[in-house]
Design a protein around this ligand. Sequence first.
Ligand code: C5P
Length: 413
Amino acid sequence: MQILQGKKILLGISGGIAAYKTPELVRRLKDKGADVRVVMTEGAKAFITPLTLQAVSANAVSDSLLDTQAELAMGHIELAKWADFILIAPATADIMAKIAAGLANDLLTTLCLATAAPIAIAPAMNQQMWHNSATQNNFNTLSTWGYTFFGPGTGEQACGDVGLGRMLDVDELVDLTCQKISTFDNNEPNTLTEQPLKGQKWLITAGPTREAIDPVRYISNHSSGKMGFAIASAAQQLGADVTIISGPVSITTPSHCRKVSIISATDMHQQAMDLAPEANIFVACAAVADYRIDNIASEKIKKSHNTMQLNLIKNPDIVADIAALSNKPFTVGFAAETQDVEHYARGKLARKNLDMIAANNVASAGQGFNSDNNALTVFTTDDEKVLPLASKSELAKQLVLHIQQKFENSLKS
Ligand code: C5P
């Protein structure tokens, strides 16, 4: 049987140049067995014609909320109920902003409010527009509400800029759609309505630590905290009681999560050891500095010498110390590697006595530190699962569900 056999997919097209790829997207989804209906915004029709999409989808294209004939044929509520899955591709900064504001002033935004189906958004915009705080805020809001993000990808853009904001390729969008749809065929919860983590306490470390050299200087790293906060947000949406122990970050704490702010690895260690006995699940996502300064100078160090030496001592290994507790929570570590990922990740899993380790290759472009996207391979002692490149919020959701499944198995054994 074809993977999308019998699935009703509503493709929302907004007004970006990547709209030229949508006839191919419709065809590829139909090749996999899906029934596809297309909804276009006014802007989309400036890039591609409804006639083209009607021809490839073999269904009437809807583009108006207030068209009496269209409402008679299939009204907006009927269309919203018809869909098993809504994919908005390309999604402009404008459509993201409208949905995040709860507007319903055209057919596509109305459908987003009126549907119970999961919605995936494939952003497509200039890299500066993607990085703009307004767009990032809308991205965070929509992720928190349970919208899934497919991309954006990185690379050369129609305007000549290079960076994050490209719509993913048609093949990637089709693969992600198949994966997403198979997750609800496998009875994975609809995160908007189900709370399988209710009653669980999750403790998550996130962000960098800072190791003071003197009152004005420190040693740190590039961690943004995005992955840890995305995991916190996903676990909270699925019903968990979530505490984040975070180093200094500039991102917003996900709603309904408790945040304990720390600066140094020693502070993070102290907080984690205090809070872990209460937790069911501990996820060590922080990029903890391996070493700290032995003697922090009490006054600003003067540059009076041509060379200077700092004496460093090893920081406690927080995740290993939690995993060594007699009443340890289910403990998940991360491994950011630049080479030989499986070998090093499995080594850490064993050495630190972890229940699970999520490994990413930080040398790959467009993922890892400071990026909005990531890809993980998750190892336990007896298996491994690949979570392919996706936005950190989408990836976090998949990781949280995988942790939950392994945690439940561990309770049974
Ligand atoms: O040994 P490495 O630093 O590569 O291990 C990474 C994992 O260990 C991450 O989960 C990180 O949060 C955790 N870690 C820790 N305390 C340290 C160093 C790493 O909890 N001092």
